[in-house]
Design a protein around this ligand. Structure first.
Ligand SMILES: [Ca+2]
Ligand SMILES: [Ca+2]
Ligand SMILES: [Ca+2]
Length: 259
């Protein structure tokens, strides 16, 4: 390789080759959503609903509801364990019908070590939200890959279900109550309707079944905030650095990552 560095043109050729190689390697993965709740992406402190400012696609409400307890704070999304009813908020990404879809994010629990929250991160097929003919109001059993900080045990757990709506969760033995930042990842296999779950880089859920298999494909990130388990005013959770990518050749022209 030393020969490439003997002249400026050789150096440029070498860098060009590296760039080409990187391009070829990334052909089968496309990032379809990247959200860090920063001002650079159009986010500002306050309710998440309708953000980011000026975007074509924004965080939206479950039809007929007003999301409660989802607020941007200092470049992160803060969930307030408010003590009210379940609340959903969602954002779209280009529909992915086959292959793998990967989501990564960071979670951090806020509150006393002897308490807990009930907040979820979910990938779903929005066409399932109208399975029960309720004008697409979101029912828990109409969602797909569901991971949560659960109130019952203070652990992270995840749906490992039958694809037909049963609410079967598996405890993945990750205790979040020390308040550390937990890097999370799920990989959904849309050809086999299963998914894997990682926490802190460790595979904690392998080949879990979806709660509701997609009819069309996955196209929506849903977050939920269940206020039912409120114990203390300061309890809540922080979410940041969401990245969703697909491995099928579903390049979408003009799709903005920050929509
Ligand atoms: Ca951030
Ligand atoms: Ca519904
Ligand atoms: Ca697996």
């Amino acid at each position: 390789m030393r020969v490439f560095w003997r002249s400026q043109s050789g150096k440029m050729w070498f860098l060009g080759a590296i760039f080409m190689l990187a391009s070829v390697m990334s052909v089968h993965a496309e990032t379809v959503l990247s959200i860090d709740f920063s001002t650079a992406q159009g986010y500002s402190d306050g309710p998440l609903l309708g953000q980011p400012a000026g975007a074509a696609d924004v965080w939206s409400e479950e039809p007929g509801t007003v999301p409660v307890g989802f607020d941007v704070q200092n470049g992160k999304l803060h969930f307030d364990q408010h003590g009210g009813a379940n609340s959903f908020i969602m954002i779209s990404f280009p529909v992915t019908k086959s292959g793998m879809i990967t989501a990564t994010w960071e979670w951090q629990y806020l509150g006393p070590a002897d308490s807990s929250v009930d907040n979820g991160f979910v990938l779903s097929d929005s066409s399932n939200f109208n399975l029960d003919g309720d004008d697409s109001a979101i029912d828990f059993n109409e969602n797909g890959a569901m991971v949560r900080m659960t109130a019952a045990s203070g652990m992270i757990n995840a749906v490992n279900s039958d694809g037909a709506g049963a609410g079967t969760y598996a405890d993945v033995n990750v205790d979040y109550r020390d308040g550390r930042v937990i890097p999370m990842k799920i990989e959904v296999d849309l050809d086999n309707f299963s998914y894997d779950v990682w926490a802190d880089g460790v595979l904690v859920g392998d080949d879990f079944g979806l709660r509701r298999n997609p009819q069309n494909g996955f196209d929506t990130l849903v977050l939920w905030n269940s206020g039912s388990a409120v114990h203390a005013l300061e309890e809540g959770m922080l979410l940041d650095d969401i990245v969703i990518s697909t491995e099928t050749a579903s390049f979408v022209p003009n799709w903005s990552l920050f929509k």
